[in-house]
Design a protein around this ligand. Structure first.
Ligand code: DX5
Ligand code: ZN
Length: 227
């Protein structure tokens, strides 16, 4: 299997949440490869967004798109079944919040979702390297989770490089401050799942922003460690 292709997943946090389905569909029509949905509980992060009932409603309106659930919550094991039932495709939990990450991975698999493991900026990549074997995707946060519109942390890129070197075929996601100015760093390091909130949603031309980011990552694939 070759290195994975680039996929662009807009984060709808900064969209007009009163018309989430329309905004999400518009981004998909403009070429978004998946939707990155940010769930925050006010405990793991100092902000609250939404939970499974909203995801379920969105799924009814958007039957086919891939939903990546970024679970910024204190007890990620609590919401696995609800999110599966709501129509999530991938359940991305924070390693820092998981009491028993291996049991949680089993639980997510039993619920027939793909597994993502996220690490915050202060979590060393070594903490996730072994466990990543069991996951479909690793999310390297490039801001402190909690809010959209923050500045990209370039010094997180060595984490991406280390994961890519060890797992040439793994999905690696970056999230936070990613846009046309910062995508070059992500592409070079080996990230292929690109979350972008402000840079896409607030752009006058979201399609060309997504197209340009995708083509930069796909070009950089040749320089990644090959399987
Ligand atoms: C931050 C969220 C991100 C955020 C990205 O906690 O996980 O998904 O919405 O937004 P931007 O691209 O604006 O940093
Ligand atoms: Zn996110």
């Amino acid at each position: 299997m070759p290195c994975p292709h680039c996929r662009i997943g807009p984060s709808i946090l900064n969209a007009d949440l009163s018309c989430l389905a329309e905004q999400s569909q518009a981004l998909l029509d403009k070429g978004a490869d998946y939707l990155h949905l940010d769930v925050m509980d006010g405990h793991f992060v100092p902000n609250i967004t939404f939970g499974a009932p909203l995801v379920k409603c969105l799924r009814k309106r958007i039957p086919d798109a891939f939903f990546d659930l970024h679970m910024m919550v204190a007890e990620p094991e609590k919401w696995v079944d609800d999110m599966a039932d709501a129509g999530a495709n991938m359940y991305t939990f924070h390693l820092e919040a998981a009491k028993d990450p291996r049991a949680l991975i089993d639980q997510i698999r039993k619920a027939k979702m793909q597994v993502g493991i996220a690490i915050k900026p202060n979590t060393p990549v070594e903490d996730v390297l072994e466990l990543a074997e069991l996951a479909d995707m690793v999310l390297v946060m490039t801001v402190e989770p909690g809010f959209g519109g923050q500045s990209f942390m370039e010094h997180m890129m060595p984490k991406v490089e280390k994961i890519r070197a060890r797992y040439p075929e793994k999905l690696i996601e970056v999230d936070g401050g990613v846009g046309l100015k910062t995508i070059g760093h992500c592409a070079k390091a080996g990230a292929n799942m690109i979350v972008s909130g402000t840079a896409v949603v607030r752009s006058d031309d979201p399609k060309s922003v997504m197209d340009e980011m995708r083509s930069m990552v796909n070009q950089a694939r040749d320089s990644w460690p090959q399987p």
